[in-house]
Write a protein that binds this ligand. Structure first.
Ligand code: SF4
Length: 339
């Protein structure tokens, strides 16, 4: 199997060109075509000679693959399905909102974190995506040139696939590649503690933590990760960092009727998060088979939100997007994904 050029850094593309006895400028041209001009075919790379392309093609593939399925919502949200191996699919969701186009990206084939309310978690883990698989989600869709933001909130736990995540972010933020500011990228995690520390020490992207319940025993019943990396430790770690400037931390809180939507939960959440400078996003739960809980009623969500806001924690109820296509590709990315 040929090596993919997609996912290589500009320096690695220069080395790839050198391995075909081509000058460094060919590697630089490749980086520009792949990441700046977003060319997904050799034909479009018009300033690379036929002979140079032939030499490169002996060893390398570009590494793109077109979406295997598309589902469009009446609200403009588009879900793309990508084949990532025999019978394996991941999805990316493009969410338009006024002058923004945000891509919700998958990082793994499935997920090993096993959250009970998540269809991806129920299906288990089938492998990591490489950086090419991640960047392909950005580049092989019609909106490739118009994307303004990315959230790593699709299938998988991004911090459980650290190397691919780091490589994808470095290409997204490299001025010779996508040239995005890290402020345009949010990485979501359920709190993989060692990787979270590494991320906070070395990256400048925003972080979103899937919290869902402030009480350890209740959280553990739905989220096995609580055993290995208790939420308290995650919050204590976050409190070591400064989120008053460019980088923000937010908490995702999916609202389940009768499980985590009470005043008691809101008060415990306020105690847990204070005085961290943060935002809490309340998310409507979309029912999944064999899971006994329903979404909390709107009135409870409003009360919960107001209670947090009154105690100085910025809290919003996230608008549901693309509800009519949630299951259209035969998959549900679950509560971890942007819905
Ligand atoms: Fe994995 Fe996120 Fe689903 Fe939990 S909610 S199983 S971390 S994809």
């Amino acid at each position: 199997m040929k090596t993919k050029l997609l996912g290589k850094t500009p320096e690695e593309l220069v080395a790839a060109a050198a391995s075909c006895s081509l000058k460094p400028f060919v590697g630089r041209q490749l980086a520009e075509w792949l990441y700046v001009k977003k060319a997904t075919s050799w034909e479009r790379m018009t300033n690379i000679s036929k002979e140079s392309k032939a030499r490169l093609q002996e060893k390398f593939d570009l590494g793109f693959s077109e979406p295997a399925g598309v589902a469009r919502s009446s609200d403009g949200t588009v879900k793309y399905l990508f084949s990532v191996g025999e019978g394996e699919y991941v999805e990316a969701v493009m969410i338009p909102d006024e002058d923004r186009k945000t891509l919700c990206v998958s990082s793994q084939k499935g997920c090993r974190m096993g959250c009970r309310f998540c269809m991806t978690g129920r299906g288990g883990w089938h492998g990591n995506l490489d950086a090419a698989d991640i960047l392909n989600q950005f580049l092989s869709i019609p909106e490739a040139g118009d994307l303004t933001n990315a959230v790593f909130m699709g299938m998988g736990e991004p911090l459980d696939n650290y190397d691919s995540l780091e490589r994808a972010i470095s290409i997204l933020t490299d001025e010779k590649c996508f040239g995005w500011s890290p402020k345009r990228i949010t990485v979501s995690t359920i709190g993989v503690l060692p990787a979270l520390r590494r991320f906070l020490d070395t990256q400048r992207c925003h972080i979103a933590v899937s919290l869902h319940n402030p009480f350890p025993d209740e959280r553990l019943a739905f989220m096995p990760v609580q055993k290995a990396w208790p939420l308290r430790d995650v919050i204590d770690l976050l409190k070591e960092y400064d989120f008053s400037g460019q980088r923000r931390v937010s908490f995702e809180y999916t609202m389940f009727a009768g499980w985590n939507d009470s005043k008691r939960h809101a008060d415990a959440l306020i105690r847990l998060l204070s005085p961290l400078e943060c935002r809490v996003n309340l998310i409507r739960f979309h029912k999944i088979p064999d899971f006994p809980y329903e979404c909390a009623p709107d009135i409870r969500m409003e009360e919960f939100k107001n209670r947090l806001n009154n105690h100085g924690i910025v809290c919003t109820i996230r608008a549901s997007r693309g509800e009519d296509i949630l299951a259209a590709c035969g998959m549900l990315a679950g509560a971890h994904s942007q819905q």
